[in-house]
Ligand binder design. Structure first.
Ligand code: ACO
Length: 379
């Protein structure tokens, strides 16, 4: 009998050349490029190109790719109509799942075996996911969606779509890097869901809809929302009070949100990068109590649990940064999806290049050969 590993923890589910992580050394690389280099020198669109097509684009390839993405940002008006019919109290992740799944009905006909279709649907998905997120956010509060601008970059356009205000260059750059930092992270639950659905040769819209559904669960996306709640609930922000607060929680064996990671046993390299950008953002536009208490908590936690390899993860700073950029808290996970759609699609393409449908097995633990009892004789 095969061994059973709950959650398939540590069981390889694919061969992949997309994301390399060395959690002890704090190393994260997309297709072999260190995340620090990508964050410092590339825009999100360039990273998406590299993830999808396995090499950095030339300047003209990047210009074409950016133009293709910009030209695919708009939604079919009937998808907007469909969003208008959803309950405004619903969660934005559910609206995103519905919007993405519906895209499959608006762009039907081609087969995933068609390489041109694969490329086009990948571009459509990367381009339209932010438009769906922003459109839903406006529709639910009774406003009309804003038309995407094709003269803005991917990150700046999304911030513009929320309130119709063009972000300043620093805000756009910080958000762009945040998207890069969340674009890919090897075989997590949503990526696995994408690969499983893709292995059946379902269309890429169904693939991304399954991945969005998986990301929506509390155990996957959403830690950054909880970080904000936690920091917001800390009224006394003096170093002594923050330390007492952390000590009390640790004594009760409660986890402190935004700290620790299954893979990283040093500080998450994405948290390091985002922290630097957060500093620029808050230095320029004014510090907030939440930012100050986050810095204090990080320094107290270092002395309390640093020796256990527990440091801030990317979610510790992402929520603080998103809030400063004016992104509503319940859009944090949809924003994660906007970034991770690049990784999901890159995994889909990799899966299709060497596809075998996922068909794991199970360990039987039920009864066998039971006697059937007719319904009138059942007690
Ligand atoms: N707060 C307090 N103590 C912690 C924390 C934390 N956030 N994380 C780990 N520890 C403690 C563990 O309890 C353990 O203590 P022990 O040795 O006394 O038993 C020790 O540190 C070592 O823990 P690990 O084995 O390194 O961590 P584990 O794999 O158990 O947990 C996890 C990882 C689930 C991510 C955990 O750190 C956690 O729940 N963090 C808070 C939630 C969070 O921020 N999630 C986002 C993850 S990142 C992302 O999804 C992008």
């Amino acid at each position: 009998m095969a061994d059973f590993t709950p959650g398939l923890a540590g069981v390889p589910a694919a061969r992949s050349s997309l994301c390399f992580i060395d959690g002890k050394a704090g190393k994260l690389q997309y297709r072999g490029y260190p995340i620090q280099e990508l964050a410092a020198h590339c825009g999100f669109e360039e990273v998406v190109y590299m993830l999808l097509f396995d090499r950095l684009p030339t300047a003209s390839e990047l210009a074409t790719f950016r133009a293709e993405l910009a030209s695919e940002r708009r939604l079919k008006f009937r998808i907007i109509d469909m969003l208008k019919h959803l309950p405004e109290s619903g969660h934005p992740m559910d609206a995103l799942t519905a919007g993405v799944a519906a895209m499959g009905m608006f762009y039907p006909g081609d087969h995933v075996d068609d390489l041109r279709f694969r490329r086009l649907s990948a571009i459509r998905l990367v381009a339209k996911v932010p438009t769906i997120v922003a459109a839903w956010h406006r529709i639910r509060r009774g406003d009309d969606p804003i038309k995407p601008r094709d003269d803005l970059g991917h990150a700046a356009n999304f911030l513009y779509l929320l309130e119709g205000e063009e972000p300043d260059p620093l805000a756009a750059r910080v958000f762009d890097v945040a998207l890069t930092l969340h674009a890919e992270h090897s075989m997590n639950a949503s990526t696995f869901a994408a690969r499983v659905t893709g292995s059946t040769l379902a269309d890429p819209y169904a693939v991304v809809a399954s991945a969005v559904g998986a990301l929506a669960g509390r155990l996957h996306g959403g830690a950054n929302e909880e970080v904000l709640d936690m920091l917001g609930s800390m009224d006394d922000r003096s170093p002594e009070a923050v330390r007492r607060w952390a000590e009390d929680r640790l004594a009760r064996k409660e986890k402190i949100m935004g700290f620790g990671h299954r893979v990283y046993k040093v500080k998450d390299p994405r948290a390091e990068i985002l922290q630097g950008l957060a500093k620029q953002l808050f230095d320029k536009s004014g510090r907030t109590p939440i930012y100050d208490v986050a810095l204090e908590l990080e320094s107290q936690m270092e002395t309390l649990v640093g020796h256990k390899g527990v440091y801030p993860n990317v979610d510790f700073y992402s929520g603080i940064v998103y809030q400063k950029l004016g992104i509503p808290v319940d859009l944090f996970t949809p924003v994660f999806a906007m970034a991770r759609v690049a990784g999901w699609l890159a995994h889909l393409l990799e899966q299709l290049d060497n596809n075998r449908i996922f068909r794991p097995t199970q360990i039987w633990c039920g009864e066998s050969d039971r006697t059937f009892v007719p319904i009138e004789q059942r007690g």
